[in-house]
Design a protein. Structure first.
Length: 228
């Protein structure tokens, strides 16, 4: 059987119409594709710019934290060589603890943990009461006196003796020594407490250091008559 010309022409018309519709749809899709591709390239450019800005801000943030950390070290060093009666000492000692907490908050909010030492301290007031400072932190390089000053929020009374490089602590938390009692600093090591043979300024603090302050009597050789 032969296909008549009208049938052939009808098929051709349908095919042409189909091609025209397909071409039109393809043109529409291609236009949308080009538009989306252009938007995607724009977004990639914006993302790259945002990432560059973020990296720049992160670098500046870390630099600021490093400067903040260095400033804290300088402040701690300055405070640790002053008498507690001086106005400069009182102002700096009161601010040191809050500045240290602020630094840790800022550093820990940047996706990493601040480099700190975990420390603990107990204060025995000699009247049957004591206070523990647990889950506390210290900056690497601090000595026992600075750690005590920070944990006690500056409430330490002492006299600085530059010839010995030490403070003689006379009061803690408003509790002062008496004619027959004095403040002693201790270290916890090897499962027991040992009174420090030097002042707290000479105690090197490491990760896990545990300190104690006790107010108690003493013998003729100035050995404490108590333990924490």
């Amino acid at each position: 059987m032969t296909v008549t010309k009208p049938v052939f022409y009808g098929v051709a018309v349908v095919l042409v119409a189909f091609l025209l519709v397909t071409s039109a749809l393809a043109a529409v899709y291609y236009g949308e594709y080009q538009q989306e591709r252009s938007l995607d390239m724009k977004h990639q450019t914006e993302l790259s710019l945002a990432l560059a800005n973020y990296n720049s801000l992160t670098s500046l943030y870390n630099y600021s934290l490093g400067y903040y950390n260095e400033t804290l070290s300088l402040l701690a060093g300055a405070v640790s060589s002053l008498n507690t009666s001086t106005p400069a000492y009182r102002a700096a000692a009161a601010d040191l603890a809050s500045l240290w907490l602020s630094y840790q908050t800022l550093a820990n909010g940047n996706g990493h943990r601040a480099l700190v030492y975990n420390v603990r301290m107990v204060v025995d007031y000699g009247n049957g009461t004591s206070r523990w400072y647990n889950d506390s932190t210290a900056q690497p390089g601090w000595n026992g006196y600075v750690v005590s000053l920070v944990l006690l929020r500056g409430d330490v009374q002492a006299t600085w003796y530059p010839q010995y490089g030490e403070h003689f602590v006379t009061g803690i938390d408003g509790v002062n020594q008496t004619s027959n009692s004095a403040w002693f600093v201790w270290e916890f090591a090897n499962g027991g407490w040992t009174p420090s043979v030097s002042g707290s300024d000479q105690l090197q603090v490491v990760n896990g250091t545990v300190l104690a302050w006790t107010l108690c009597g003493y013998d003729a050789s100035f050995n404490p008559a108590c333990t924490p």
